[in-house]
Design a protein around this ligand. Structure first.
Ligand code: HEC
Length: 139
């Protein structure tokens, strides 16, 4: 191999290295990179924290966590309580009821509230599990 060719190859080698390095180093951005999912929620976080984050973004407009009523029922003390549905039946709120109410809101309708709860099919399984854990934590 000629000297010239070796030099050229070395140059290419270093150029590739430099580009590769620039690719992995977030220049001009020294904040740690957080892995987030489609809804901007930290992935693999504590379920209650995942649920709380989704709650603040997508549920707090209609549901409070301090016992006061909003468009929908408060989440405070909801878990484990007995609630009455529009058809007069009663349900003890558990994980299954929450899951159904969040993923298929038309299937459940609390007495005295308009049936306006939106369907949240955009949420991932982890996010729904997080919401259930969050509501459970407000018992
Ligand atoms: C536009 C207002 C609105 C938003 C936003 C909303 N909800 Fe609701 N939600 C309601 C209303 C009104 C009801 C009561 C009627 C019904 O049961 O469908 C309700 C009912 C519920 C119930 C059933 C309560 C029970 O005791 O049966 C759950 C659980 C619930 N919402 C969870 C959520 C979660 C979690 C979010 C956010 C991801 C959310 N809601 C966002 C309006 C809303």
């Amino acid at each position: 191999m000629s000297r010239k060719l070796t030099g050229g190859l070395l140059l290419v080698f270093f150029a590739v290295l430099a580009i590769g390095y620039a690719g992995v180093m977030p220049f001009g951005d020294d904040s740690p990179r957080e892995v987030t999912d489609d809804n901007g929620v930290a992935a693999n976080g504590d379920p209650v924290e995942v649920g709380e984050a989704i709650y603040s973004q997508q549920c707090s407009g209609c549901h409070t966590i301090d016992g006061s009523s909003g468009v929908g029922p408060t989440f405070q003390g909801l878990y484990g309580s007995e609630v009455t549905m529009e058809d007069g039946s009663t349900v003890i709120v558990d994980g299954d009821h929450l899951l159904l109410a969040i993923t298929d809101p038309r299937a459940t309708n609390r007495e005295g509230y308009p049936d306006v709860m939106p369907s949240f099919d955009n949420l991932s399984e982890d996010e729904i599990a997080g919401l259930v854990a969050f509501i459970e934590s407000l018992e």
